[in-house]
Design a protein. Structure first.
Length: 455
């Protein structure tokens, strides 16, 4: 077998949702055959709910977590498993050969492969109405785009294959450039939006509670447009971000936590949240998250620091002194992990307006987040690049340890060199090379297989 073609559909037996279990039959080879050859409404439902199960697999364990991997490269925190001395070397000093797996590469293509099967199968099901079929397609394309977006955060200039709807006997799909990847993400989100707009008022199945408030075609479309806004700023399409936000769920009158989440549950065959580190054993915040926290008017540190960071007695792990962890952010094995939240949308709008020269509008949104989420005093425009500094500060504290945002943010604004390196031999890497499993079958190997120079 060649490269991407090994990523077939794997079993999804239970999809956990906070307080709710969605029992899903074992998605084995027999049911794959049914979905491809004789699909039914039931097998389509299983296939779609399976996509949501794969979404949370981007964080399968402390050692294989998109959040922890991208968060470490972006210096939001550090994954320092005390039982594995290679970890600080592989992430903080050099890029280890296994990092492609840690960043969710194989998970992304498992989701994309399953979505392609669902997309081909759904039109064969006479029991589903045209509106219901459109809803299935809208979800599938949105989640494919999300998978590519997660790859974009980690692999960036390495690129990644995008034309992967191939059979085992076809040539290996080429590695697309970053620009081609960004274009495919935008295309999938727009195609998904078109389908969702034609999908009526309900889906033919229930979504897990991580999608509460976004579990109908009209509300799922708002989620789709929120992802489009994020994808637009990743591509520096500032006007496109503002356009997408206009039909997203951005709203000052609801909680900043409102949004869509991957859900976990520590019960039965469910998967517990892998970012839950109850003894602060392996996942640590960078020291500067404390030293750079701004102060509230009463003298306390930024409320986001207080809400997300636990300080403990300093200990040394792999020659690194650590005293901060993320336990308040993920306080239990049942804690959900955000996919995208209302808070991020205001920061996207602030960035887009700032880059377009609309400084007053950008400042309004920055101050809204400062005062609402950080409990900080509002500021006046400091002039020049200082307002961008303030924006990046607020994105850091608002979105830390959620989806690798700081790596993408500092890279987008050419500021990776300012990230904290705790030890003198540490380096910051702008992106990951393609994993060895993707490179070995290719002759000659593309430049994407070479490790980038660290900063």
């Amino acid at each position: 077998m060649k490269s991407l073609k090994v990523f077939l559909i794997s079993g999804v037996t239970v999809l956990a949702a906070c307080g709710q279990d969605l029992q899903v039959p074992n998605y084995n080879a027999q049911s794959v055959s049914e979905l491809e050859d004789a699909p039914t409404a039931a097998s389509i439902s299983i296939g779609v709910i399976g996509l949501l199960g794969i979404s949370r697999e981007f964080n399968t364990s402390i050692l294989q977590s998109h959040v922890a991997s991208a968060g470490t490269f972006g210096r939001e925190g550090m994954e320092l498993d005390p039982s594995n001395p290679s970890h600080p070397v592989d992430k903080l000093e050099q890029i280890g050969p296994g990092e492609g797996g840690y960043a969710g590469f194989s998970i992304a293509y498992r989701l994309i492969k399953q979505a392609n099967i669902v997309l081909k199968a759904v039109d064969k099901v006479a029991a589903l109405s045209e509106q219901q079929k459109a809803g299935v397609k809208g979800i599938a394309k949105t989640l494919q785009a999300l998978a590519f977006m997660r790859l974009h955060v980690s692999f960036y200039d390495s690129g990644f294959p995008i034309d992967v709807d191939v059979s085992p006997n076809d040539p290996i799909p080429p590695v697309a450039t970053r620009a081609q990847g960004e274009a495919r993400i935008a295309q999938l989100l727009d195609e998904g939006a078109t389908q969702l707009a034609a999908a009526g008022t309900s889906f033919p199945f229930a979504l897990p509670t991580g999608f509460a408030g976004f579990n109908t075609p009209p509300t799922f479309l708002k989620f789709n447009r929120a992802l489009k806004a994020r994808a637009a700023i990743h591509a520096k399409n500032w006007a496109g971000a503002l356009t997408a936000l206009n039909t997203s769920f951005i709203d000052k009158n609801v909680s900043l936590k409102t949004g869509v989440y991957d859900t976990y549950r520590n019960a039965g065959d469910n998967r517990p949240n892998p970012l839950f580190d109850p003894t602060c054993r392996a996942l640590f915040a960078q020291p500067e998250v404390e030293t750079k926290a701004q102060k509230q008017p009463g003298g306390q540190l930024d409320q986001r620091y207080l809400d997300k960071i636990l300080k403990f007695t300093t200990k040394r792990v792999h020659l690194i002194d650590v005293s901060l962890c993320f336990l308040p952010l993920y306080p239990s094995a049942d804690s959900p992990v955000p996919i995208i939240r209302n808070e991020e949308l205001f920061l996207i709008r602030a960035e887009a307006n700032l880059m377009l020269g609309n400084r007053a509008l950008a400042l309004d949104d920055i101050n809204f987040i400062r005062t609402t989420s950080g409990k900080l005093a509002p500021i006046a425009d400091p002039g020049g690049d200082a307002l961008l500094d303030e924006l990046l500060y607020n994105r850091w504290y608002s979105l830390m340890w959620e989806a690798g945002h700081r790596l993408a943010d500092m890279r987008r604004h050419n500021r990776l060199g300012t990230l904290q390196k705790v030890l003198a031999n540490h380096k910051v890497f702008p992106y990951l090379p393609l994993p060895s499993t993707e490179c070995t079958p290719r002759t000659p190997q593309p430049d994407a297989c070479k490790s980038p120079a660290g900063i």
